[in-house]
Design a protein around this ligand. Sequence first.
Ligand code: SF4
Length: 456
Amino acid sequence: MRTLVLVGHGSHTSGDFAGPTYRFAEALRERGAFGEVVEAFWKEDPALRRVLRTTASTHVTVIPLFASEGYLTETVIPRELGLGHQGPVPDHGVARVLGGRTVRYTRPYGVHPAMTDVILARAAEVLPQTEWASAALVVLGSGGAAPHSGDRVTEAHAARLRERGLFQEVHALSADALSTDEWPQVVQARKVVLVPFSGQAVPLPASPESARQVYRAEPAGTHPGVVDVLLRLAGEAADTEQTGGDLDRAHQAAWAAALELTRQPARIGEVLVTPQGRLLELRHALDEGLPGTELQTLVTPEGLRDHLRVDQRGQHRPVRTYRTLRRGWRGVIHESEWRRVLHDLYPAVTEEAYAHGCYTLRPTPWPTTARRQTGRDARVQRATPDLVERVSREVCAPCMKTRLWAGEKLPLTFLDGVPGAMPCAEACTVLIARVREELPSPGGAAEETGATVQDR
Ligand code: SF4
C-alpha cells in the first residue's frame, strides 16, 4: 500500500480554492493506483503541517497541486512537511525518511512536460486539429508577468509546442496581456486559440478585431488529463526497488480505537454517531431525537465533507474543530467509510489524540513555530508572549482543541469518551496569520484585520 498526498493552497476565507484538490483526489481514488489519497492544505484543514501523521502507509508520495514552482513549492511545503529541503526540487523529487515513513516530494504538476499534451487537448476542444496550421496558440500564464511574455513554465510549454510545428504560431503570454492592446501586435494569425494554463478566468481580449476569430479554451489545469500527469509524477518519484508500503502501526491502532467508539452511540466533537448494523448514522448532537425526515440525508463521504465545510450561514470553516458545525443534516455511511468521514470532519485529531494518550505527541511551543516562518509570516517572530496570548484567546475561543503548545493540559481525549477533548500540538496557520496582522509591516502600520489576497 502507498499513500498519495495532494497539497493545495487552501484559504482562510473561501472554500473555493480547495475545490480542484478535492476533485483531483477523488479522480485518483477512482483510478485505484494508491492505497489511499489524502488532501492537505497550507491555509485550511486538513493542515499540511499534520498530514504525514494521518497517512496509513509508511511510503508516502507528496505532490504539490500547483501550476508552477516558487516560494510555496520550494520553501513553504517542504518546511511544513519537515523535509529539511529548500529550493528547487530535482526532476526525480526529494526523498526523506521522516518518523518511520519514506516521504517522496515531487515537483508541481504544472512543470511536467506531459502538461504540454494537456494544453493541446484543451485547444482541440475549441478548434479542430485540421485548422491548427493556420492558427496561433496562446498559452496564458498567471497575471503579473510582463504582458508580452509568459512565466517560466508557460514559456517552456510554448517552446515544446513550437518544436512540434502543429500551429502557425505559438506564444506564451501573461493573462494580463488580454486587457491591453499589445497582444494583437504579437499574435499575427487570424485564428487564435487561448488556453489558460492554470485555473484562472480568462477575460475577453481587449479590442478584438473583427477580422480575428478568437477561441477561448477551458484552463489546462482543470482538464481530466491532469490526473495522468499526477500519476506520472508519482511514478517517476517512486523508488524502483520498492515492494509496496507497510502499514503504519500507530496509525492502525489509532483508527482501531476510533472505530471502537462507534460500537455504541457516541459523541465526538459536535457529532453524534449511532451504529445501525454495519452502517453509521451521524448528525449534529443538538439534532438528537429529531426525526430523520426533518434532516437532509447525505450518504457519501464527499457529500458530507462538502456540506460540512461551511457553517450554518454558508461561511467557509478553515478550522474544522471550530464549534460551527451546521445543523439539519444526517449522514448514513458504511463503517468502512468511517475513517475517511471522521478525518474530513476533524482532520488529524484521531492520530494526535491517540499519540497524546501514548505520550508521543510532542507539542511545538510558539517560539519554535514562529522561528520556522518565512516570507511575510516571519514577522511573527517579533510577537511578544502577551500579544500571542491575547490574539490566541480570540482566535482559539471557538475551537474545541486544547492548546498544548501554550502549556494547557488535556488529561483525557475524545478517544477516552470526552467528546470535545482534542489536542492542539501546534499553532495553526489561522492564528499565525492573525498574529502577523497585529504587527506593523516593514512599511508601517499593522495590517487590516482580514485575509489579504495573497493570503486568501
Ligand atoms: S491554534 Fe487555536 S484555533 Fe488553531 S487549531 Fe489550535 S486551538 Fe484551534
